[in-house]
Write a protein that binds this ligand. Structure first.
Ligand code: SAM
Ligand code: SF4
Length: 329
């Protein structure tokens, strides 16, 4: 699949549910209205959609959400998608999770053929964790991380850099992650969906975080890539990898290789744009994939050049109306 700007689309992210057991302040409003269950694609339909993308050249699939591991029976989807790993059609099947259910699922994920998981964690303090997630408990997440490592999964910790909330803890999070042999990636907040807080207050440019870290640590440039948008450095003192996802301070759209599918079958060609293609209709219209394939081709043919995220006091509304949990980040 080649888009109008010559970018090859090889990476599909799938939000398997918009629901979540947390309400992270930068991600969701406290009183979110979730989709009625009847609107969701079944796991079999999600499998068929993902498989259509794999047949078209997607080499990497990431399951996300909402919280993917709270969707009932999600492991049956993981296990059935794993056939594409066995056949060699897919290089990688990964999961992004808040970790709350990971202790329960780590072994099964590994057994199914998942090699890496991303765990989102913005603090190591139980109290801060509760504040950031509005009610989450940190202990199960830390147990989930340990269970994943014990199961032999590679774990990457993703942390959203939040001004005045966790900026004093970033070095500690990094050394904790590196101490356990995990990669550590920082993310800038993106203006997606109405939340209860002011994003201008939360936004912390990673250029600033990086220069602060560079005062204490030696950050060696690295050309390591995982197929995602993160740029990495190697931290000499810890021996670990530190990634930066900087949609605001450094736009990475020119190398974008991915599209995003929601749990209702909408395909978003760009995280930062509203345009989407309805794949549920062609999926349900017929048992063969001809109409679905044509709809996918048409959608890829209108993938936009990039996003125009701005966080600034003069422009208070989000760049896109939907929350990150719809397309899964
Ligand atoms: N619930 C899972 C989790 O938290 O990892 C998967 C879905 S979550 C939407 C995926 C990632 O997006 C998380 O790392 C989260 O911190 C990040 N995220 C959510 N809202 C964001 C925003 N407005 N800006 C930047 N990152 C965001
Ligand atoms: Fe849930 Fe993940 Fe959003 Fe937090 S970031 S509310 S864990 S979907």
């Amino acid at each position: 699949m080649l888009d109008p700007f010559g970018r090859q689309i090889t990476y599909l992210r799938v939000s398997v549910t918009d629901r979540c057991d947390f309400r992270c302040t930068y991600c969701m409003a406290e009183d979110m209205t979730f989709l009625p269950k009847a609107e969701l694609l079944t796991l079999e339909e999600l499998d068929r959609l993902c498989s259509a993308f794999v047949a078209k050249g997607v080499r990497k699939l990431r399951l996300t959400g909402g919280e993917p591991l709270v969707r009932r029976n999600v492991m049956s989807l993981v296990q059935s998608l794993a056939r594409h790993l066995e056949s060699g059609a897919l290089d990688e099947l990964t999961v992004t999770t808040n970790g709350s259910q990971l202790a329960r699922f780590a072994g099964e994920l590994k057994a199914a053929g998942v090699r890496r998981v991303n765990v989102s964690l913005d603090t190591l303090s139980a109290e801060r964790f509760r504040d950031i997630t509005r009610w989450g408990k940190i202990e199960p997440v830390l147990q989930g991380v340990d269970a994943a490592l014990a199961a032999g999964l590679k774990v990457k910790i993703n942390t959203v850099a939040l001004r005045g909330i966790n900026e004093d803890e970033i070095a500690d999070l990094m050394t904790w992650a590196h101490g356990k042999g995990m990669d550590f990636t920082l993310i800038e907040t993106m203006p997606m969906g109405e939340i209860d807080a002011d994003r201008t207050d939360q936004y912390l440019p990673l250029s600033l975080v990086r220069s602060r870290l560079a005062q204490k640590y030696t950050l060696d440039e690295s050309d390591y890539r995982t197929g995602g948008p993160a740029r990495y450095v190697r931290v000499a003192e810890t021996g670990g990898r530190l990634g930066f996802i900087t949609p605001l301070t450094h736009n990475f759209c020119e190398s974008c290789n991915r599209v995003r599918l929601t749990c209702t079958g909408m395909l978003y060609m760009c995280l930062g744009q509203d345009d989407a293609a309805d794949l549920r209709k062609p999926l349900r219209a017929s048992a063969d994939d001809a109409a679905l394939d044509a709809a996918i081709d048409e959608a890829i043919g209108r993938k936009p050049k990039g996003h125009d995220f701005v966080i600034d006091r003069r422009k208070n509304s989000p760049a896109v109306a939907r929350h990150m949990s719809v397309t899964g980040g």
